[in-house]
Design a protein around this ligand. Structure first.
Ligand SMILES: [Zn+2]
Length: 292
């Protein structure tokens, strides 16, 4: 009985929240969307389970990891193997469409509004669903871009051609709709040809992904232009009725609050992580800037 009441209450709250959001959206002159990884998870970009098994069961059997993130950190012995893993990872999470139309529905809701998107997501889902590139600021990079691993200069390079070649070199066939198939009975190769491994055109060091994983992240010209567009959008809408819609974010990747142009307060966070041994607790302390 108790649980039925809780569920009913929860559904009512959810329904009320949807109505409030619809009302706010209808009233808004402008919408600022802040999006984190949870939005892509809801669109079906899942890094474990069935999707992981489908594309990485050979790597999992060889190296004993259980999700795509873990495999991405594995120190493969050769560049050819590293890029076999990463080209599959980039292909299915950047060039292949997400399984569910979450981004398309979001676009339908805001396409006639004056909108801007600020996102930590690197999977290109907004652009694939029709969002205007000039109304997007992807702050943490893009799986579709390479940069010098050093880095010796601040340019990024489109990786579509080479990633597709790496995928095909492993034995996959790319269908017209972007899905991958293997010929009957074939197992994918776990390495790519040496000539497909990319190196920096200026210094010759290996290329890496343009992802904000450490202090080598390159903020290229496009990044700075997008930052300027975001700042000027915020200035333009200052006196307007604005809906700030933050979706799929956590404390690790706050979007709107952390990058607000005029933070007013700071929130002090301590993140604790319990290890297997109960006496071992690691703490990460940081300040989060707040926008309201
Ligand atoms: Zn270089």
């Amino acid at each position: 009985m108790f649980s039925r009441m809780s569920i009913t209450k929860s559904i009512k709250n959810c329904s009320d929240n949807i109505k409030r959001l619809r009302y706010a959206l209808d009233l808004a002159d402008a919408v600022v969307i802040g999006a984190g990884a949870g939005l892509s998870t809801s669109a079906g970009y899942i890094y474990t389970g069935e999707r992981f098994e489908k594309y990485f069961s050979d790597f999992a059997a060889e190296y004993n990891f259980n999700d795509m993130y873990a495999g991405g950190f594995y120190p493969y012995e050769t560049a050819e193997e590293h890029w076999a893993y990463w080209s599959r990872y980039i292909y299915i999470n950047r060039y292949m469409d997400p399984p569910k139309p979450v981004y398309d529905r979001l676009f339908e809701l805001v396409r006639d509004k004056d909108y801007f998107v600020l996102t930590t997501n690197v999977d290109h889902c907004f652009q694939k669903s029709g969002f205007d590139k000039k109304r997007l600021f992807y702050t943490q990079g893009d799986y579709g871009l390479f940069q010098c691993s050093q880095p010796c200069h601040n340019s990024t390079y489109d990786n579509k051609d080479v990633i597709f070649k790496m995928i095909e070199a492993q034995g996959y066939i790319i269908n017209e709709d972007g899905t991958l198939i293997l010929p009957d009975g074939a197992a994918p190769k776990m390495s790519v040809p040496t000539e497909l491994v990319s190196y920096c055109p200026k210094c010759g060091k290996p290329m890496s992904m343009n992802l904000r994983a450490d202090n080598t992240f390159v903020e290229d010209e496009g990044w700075h232009l997008a930052a300027e567009r975001y700042e000027s959008f915020l200035r333009k809408i200052q006196e307007q009725n604005v809906l700030f819609l933050e979706l799929g974010v956590g404390y690790n990747t706050p979007v709107l609050c952390s990058l607000s142009a005029s933070p007013r307060t700071k929130k002090y966070m301590i993140k604790q992580q319990l290890h297997r041994h109960p006496s071992k607790i690691s703490k990460t302390e940081y300040y989060e800037r707040r926008c309201a």
